[in-house]
Design a protein around this ligand. Structure first.
Ligand code: OAD
Length: 256
């Protein structure tokens, strides 16, 4: 039987610059729903055009704010899982590690990762829809809403505009500097671990391909097999919370 960990573990043990690129799947074992899972994916139950666009917010701010507050509550009540913890530990094992995430939760930070690049913004960074001022009470206590409960968004102190979630919505640009740094790191790394992402949302989805094109190796960590016919692309098939600790063990404990 082939040992699927052998090459990825060797690559990790020998890498100087590593990028960890994560999607919703890395937080799945913390109980945070992914977007596209057949059974529990958010976009199976909710319509993105009614919740995740600027037009949706203008049309029904209470619906949109309530939905994001529900998601923020889920995150506040969740804990980092073994994958987040292994990624944070990896920072001490490789010369340079950059964590790039599509996730709007803060579970990487709560596991101990520093300098995380959030391509799609953060649930903890609400700002004014009109003037862009950040909302002063970013650590506001979640109000325990349920998924469909409407909540009026707070008002901006400066211009009394509505406060919106600090996430990137469909049709909006990614934060320019964050995106530029992520691209730079991906194009200069030796190894990119792509963990728990369907790779369907652009432009974030270009990041693993960019690393491959620049000569890095890419390891996909996902319970579903990701197309890895490209040279230098590998699959570790399984849940991130199981695969990541095992990958670190294989790479750094000296066992084969
Ligand atoms: P998706 O929901 O599209 O994909 C989640 C991926 O995680 C799938 O490939 C699953 O097979 C995988 N997965 C599920 N459980 C896992 C586990 N325990 N361990 C590892 N992988 C697991 O989520 P993203 O790819 O993050 O954008 O979605 C990208 C973007 O689409 C999100 O950032 C969001 C969404 O619309 C915006 O909101 C702008």
């Amino acid at each position: 039987m082939t040992d699927t960990y052998h090459i990825p573990a060797q690559l990790l043990a020998n890498a100087n610059r590593v990028v960890v690129f994560t999607g919703a799947g890395v937080s799945a074992e913390s109980g945070i729903p992914t977007f596209r899972g057949r059974l529990s994916g958010l976009w199976e139950r909710f319509e993105p055009s009614q919740l995740a666009t600027p037009d949706a917010f203008m049309a029904d701010p209470e619906l949109v704010w309530g939905w994001y507050e529900w998601r923020r509550t889920l995150v506040c009540n969740a804990k980092p899982n073994a994958a987040h913890i292994a990624i944070a530990e990896l920072a001490a094992r490789v010369p340079r590690l950059t964590v790039v995430t599509q996730n709007v939760d803060d579970l990487h930070e709560r596991a101990g990762s520093a300098g995380v690049l959030h391509l799609h913004g953060s649930l903890n960074a609400p700002r004014c829809f009109d003037c862009g001022a950040s909302f002063p009470d970013a650590a506001m206590k979640p109000q325990e809403p349920d998924a469909g409960r409407r909540l009026a968004p707070p008002r901006c102190q400066h211009c009394s505009g509505m406060i919106r979630p600090g996430v990137v919505w469909f049709g909006e640009s990614l934060p320019e500097q964050v995106f530029a740094r992520a691209f730079e790191e991906a194009s200069q790394c030796d190894l990119l671990l792509s963990i728990g992402t369907s790779g369907l949302v652009q432009p974030a989805a270009q990041i693993p391909a960019l690393a491959l094109a620049a000569g890095a190796s890419v390891v996909h960590i996902n319970p579903e097999n990701v197309d890895s016919r490209m040279q230098n692309a590998y699959n570790l098939t399984g849940a991130a919370g199981e695969v990541m600790p095992e990958l670190l063990r294989r790479a750094f404990s000296g066992s084969p």
